[in-house]
Design a protein around this ligand. Structure first.
Ligand code: GLC
Length: 714
């Protein structure tokens, strides 16, 4: 009995284990989450064509790329496109198009995206400007306002934040990012994603964020857009990848691939990037969308013979959605039939996209974002404009202030001169195309609100560079230029102080806007020189989208305010800073070179084996790492920014001189005293230098900072 029992007992245990294992396997395959169950049930009803449609993202406009999708409305209506972006118009206009989902068999709602990069209707400073505030709480608020406004008119997805680290101001897209430091860039990435997505993606005021451009796009060789990038994995992990990783850890819903190749393989078809790194190493659960037409561009890259092969390479590398090329929708069913792509790959991609729509609450209420009444209430609200004014004040960087020319006394007679002093649309960037230009406060209007002694003259055309005259049909006329100059000088001579508002036009930075000459256009520099020759103090206010080469212009300005592309509240904020209502506290997040020849130039550089100490002008044959004809140092370094007051730092006292073990904390104590006569904010920056490591480390690395001392710690 005992043996029998024992035999039966064993038999029973064996079967129990097998059954248990089977039940576990079955349950392991069953989704545990609500959205998992939902998408599985939905996918069980979907045809292969309906699944493929989910991978298709179309656009009715060529506003941000080489072409528009043909017959967008038909494709949305017939269900061959499951997502759309850049539908622009009134909430009703957008709603009419997004409602075409109801004509499809399963009524799967569309992702409805837009490039809301630095505000929707209320436009904030460009991201590079915002980053100079170092104020992650403020930056999160600006993204929150952008989401509140954009979601109210029907969008549920924004192609932002752009977190590409960059060290080359020739690249026009530096304006979209947070500069050159991976630590600061990571903090800003997290803040923007939190602002866009809020605490709950299904909240009607949330937008799903899309971190871009994965990866290393900011290292486009020679600063030429779309160009190859080539770097070691060490450099990728230490300097370029951290902000993307921070975005994923912050729960970003989607990622956009970049145009460039990495290790010779374009990002959109790069399996190491999209599967090994993103999925296996970082555990990214959202979906990956290509940038504009990137799949088709694999042919031009020379890694695909045709769009069908390009689509196969992309899907098999781990791409989930095709922006604008329509390669996937045109060929994937055939590729699956040929066994070149597995049904599993299609299901994975489709599931990720459906889960994103589920998390956005679109299956509960596809039109949760359509709320004209809310739009009316929130767009360009006073609170939003107030935040924009604060953000613009905090993004400005005081680069020079000889003899304390600033702040201005509003009793002084001010000659406001320059091609950007009285224009609305030039306060935006090429990405703020949905911004409300009429609502812009020009710099002239802003100053006039705070002083009755402002006179204005345009003074110069924006540029006499032929390439821009052809492209923008702008005209440059020598006679008119002379007349404008004479008029401006006449005004200047009758003033106590000159405020010159100079810089770059909106179309001189942004996508496909790389330049080899990043100085202020010559005709404007001529004006600046002549203004200085009047003997009046000159305050230069810069309107630009990238660090400029200012070395030769410095002598013609007593004070310089870097105002970037300042957005809706430009004039009020510039006036606040010029008249001292706001004491500028911005710090550069990207190096300003002395010359283009120094590029790439960045603060966290290596020491080399033959370091050169700047200032010791190298004689010949010094066998040091330096230039014969230029200093190594930049004109203005990362982290630089003046104030109307002065701050004195006491000696730093460390809690220990020896740190053993990774979990030890080092405390650095120091005193900081405002020694000037204005109240002010100071962003305190802590840098480390690892003197002996297994690999050469930068001479300094930002490891901590505290901005706006009174209120925040980051
Ligand atoms: C553009 C840009 C990308 C943008 C996308 C959609 O080519 O590279 O940043 O989000 O197309 O407009």
């Amino acid at each position: 009995m005992f043996i029998t029992m024992k035999k039966n007992y064993n038999f029973f245990i064996r079967h129990f284990l097998v059954l248990g294992l089977f039940a576990w396997l079955l349950s392991a395959c069953q989704p545990k989450t609500e959205h998992g169950k939902f998408t599985n049930n939905l996918m069980a009803k979907m045809t292969i064509e309906e699944k493929i449609a989910q991978l298709n993202l179309v656009t009715p406009t060529s506003k941000t790329g080489p072409f528009a999708t043909k017959n967008v409305l038909e494709k949305l209506k017939e269900g061959t496109a499951g997502n759309v972006y850049s539908i622009m118009g009134s909430p009703e206009f957008i709603h009419e198009r997004v409602s075409l989902a109801d004509s499809t068999r399963l009524k799967i709602p569309f992702l409805n995206g837009l490039d809301i990069i630095h505000g929707y209707k209320t436009v904030f400073p460009i991201p590079l400007g915002l980053s100079c505030s170092w104020d992650s709480v403020l930056i999160e608020k600006t993204a929150r306002v952008a989401a509140i406004e954009g979601s109210a008119v029907g969008y549920n997805w924004t192609f932002s934040p752009m977190v590409d680290i960059t060290r080359d101001p020739r690249w026009g897209r530096v304006m979209e990012g947070a500069g050159e430091d991976p630590y600061l860039g990571s903090i800003i990435a997290r803040a923007m994603i939190k602002g866009y997505q809020g605490d709950d993606l299904s909240n009607p005021s949330s937008l799903m964020a899309c971190v871009k451009h994965m990866g290393m796009y900011g290292a486009s060789e020679a600063g030429r857009d779309y160009n190859t990038t080539d770097m070691s994995r060490l450099t990728m992990y230490q300097n370029y990848l951290p902000p993307y990783k921070a975005a994923i850890d912050a729960g970003v819903g989607s990622i956009m691939t970049s145009f460039n190749d990495i290790d010779g393989v374009p990002a959109t078809a790069n399996k190491w990037l999209l599967t090994d790194l993103l999925r296996k190493e970082w555990g990214f659960k959202g979906f990956v969308v290509s940038d504009y037409n990137c799949i088709q561009e694999l042919i031009a890259h020379g890694v695909a013979a045709n769009y069908k092969q390009a689509a196969e390479l992309s899907i098999n590398a781990g791409l989930d959605m095709d922006m604008a090329s329509e390669s996937i929708v045109a060929s994937l069913k055939e590729s699956i039939g040929e066994g070149k792509v597995s049904m599993k790959q299609l299901d994975n991609a489709c599931r990720r996209i459906l889960e994103a729509k589920y998390k956005l609450g679109l299956f509960e209420d596809p039109y949760r974002n359509y709320d004209p009444k809310r739009a009316e209430k929130v767009i360009l609200s006073d609170n939003h404009k107030l935040l924009a004014r604060e953000a613009t004040c905090k993004s400005m960087v005081l680069l020079k202030n000889d003899n304390n020319v600033l702040p201005l006394n509003n009793e002084s007679r001010i000659a406001l001169i320059g091609p950007f002093a009285n224009v609305k649309n030039q306060m935006f960037s090429m990405w703020a195309f949905r911004g409300e230009t009429d609502s812009v406060v020009t710099i002239l209007n802003g100053l006039k609100k705070q002083s009755s002694k402002v006179t204005y003259a345009e003074g110069s055309f924006v540029t006499n560079e032929p390439v821009f005259l052809k492209k923008s049909r702008a005209y440059y006329n020598e006679e008119e230029q002379k007349e404008m100059l004479a008029n401006a000088l006449d005004l200047a001579k009758k003033s106590d102080v000159i405020v010159a508002v100079l810089g770059e036009a909106m179309n001189m930075s942004g996508e496909a806007k790389s330049k080899t000459d990043i100085s202020i256009p010559d005709c404007q520099r001529e004006l600046l020189k002549k203004l200085k020759a009047t003997g009046k103090p000159v305050v230069l206010v810069l309107i630009n989208g990238r660090p400029l080469i200012l070395l030769d212009d410095l002598q013609y300005a007593d004070a310089i305010i870097e105002a970037w592309r300042p957005g809706t509240m430009a004039g009020d904020a510039v006036a606040d800073v010029l008249f001292g209502k706001y004491n500028p506290s911005g710090k550069l997040t990207m190096t300003f070179p002395r010359s283009v020849g120094q590029i790439p130039i960045y603060y966290n550089h290596k020491n080399t084996g033959r370091p050169y100490v700047d200032g010791q002008r190298g004689g010949l044959m010094k066998f040091k790492s330096y230039y014969l004809d230029e200093l190594n140092a930049p004109l203005f370094p990362f982290g630089y920014g003046l104030s109307y007051t002065s701050f004195e730092y006491g000696d730093i006292v460390l809690s220990d001189t020896l740190l053993i073990g990774n979990d030890k904390a080092l405390e650095a104590k120091f005193s900081i005293t405002n020694t000037g006569k204005y109240a002010g904010e100071e962003t305190v920056q802590l840098y480390l230098n690892d003197l002996v490591a297994s690999v050469a480390r930068p001479v300094k690395e930002l490891k901590k900072f505290i901005y706006n001392l009174e209120n925040q710690k980051n």
